[in-house]
Design a protein. Structure first.
Length: 83
C-alpha cells in the first residue's frame, strides 16, 4: 500500500485495519479450506484501491518501474534464550 498506492503511513494503517476487520473477522465455515473468504479480500482490496485512486480497476503495476516508490519492510528477528 505504501509503495504501489503511494499512501502515507497513517492512511495505510487505516486501510490495513479496515482489511483485517472485513476479511478476517468472519472465518470460512469449512475447515481445511483456507482461513478467510477470497471474495471478501477481493472486495476489500477493490474498495481500498477505489478510495485511494478513484478507480477500483486502477492498475497497481506501472509500465515504467523507474518512477515511484519502492518499499521494502523488514521485521527484526527476535532471539529468545531459554535457561
Amino acid at each position: 500500500m505504501l509503495g504501489r498506492l503511494r499512501m502515507d503511513v497513517d492512511t495505510a494503517i487505516k486501510h490495513y485495519d479496515t482489511m483485517v476487520k472485513n476479511v478476517f473477522s468472519d472465518p470460512k465455515g469449512r475447515p481445511g479450506d483456507g482461513k478467510f473468504k477470497a471474495t471478501k479480500l477481493k472486495a476489500t482490496i477493490k474498495y481500498i484501491v477505489k478510495d485511494v485512486t478513484g478507480d477500483s480497476e486502477s492498475p497497481l503495476l506501472e509500465r515504467n518501474e523507474s518512477v515511484g516508490c519502492r518499499t521494502c519492510v523488514y521485521q527484526p528477528l527476535q532471539c529468545v534464550f531459554w535457561f
